[in-house]
Design a protein around this ligand. Structure first.
Ligand code: FES
Length: 107
């Protein structure tokens, strides 16, 4: 399990133990975190799992695929330099304690 800290749009924080290999979208939706939808189930075609990754740890993540970069252009909330799609980030031991903030809207 990898502990991921999700910050809802309201500012409420959830520490969630996410199964290694699960996506951060799955970890959030399976645990009732508000502010994330995951409409396409993780296929990188809906953009409703937009999140902001803790800036100081952003470079620890593998680079986004071309498909993710394209989909990020369609997200509803403001796109920021630390924007990612949570369905494209796999929980790994190295991400222990990562803080992920959810935007005010997913569409
Ligand atoms: Fe659809 Fe991430 S869940 S793009």
């Amino acid at each position: 399990m990898v502990s991921i800290i999700y910050v809802e749009p309201s500012g409420k924080r959830h520490a969630v133990n996410v199964e290694e290999g699960w996506s951060l979208m799955q970890g959030a939706t399976a645990n009732g975190v508000d502010g994330i939808v995951g409409e396409c189930g993780g296929s990188c075609v809906c953009g409703t799992c937009h999140c902001y990754v803790e800036e100081s740890r952003f470079t620890e993540l593998p680079a986004p695929s071309a498909a993710e970069v394209d989909m990020l252009d369609t997200v509803a909330a403001e796109l920021k330099p630390n924007s990612r799609l949570a369905c494209q980030i796999q929980a790994t031991a190295g991400l222990e304690g990562l803080v992920v903030t959810l935007p005010a809207t997913q569409g």
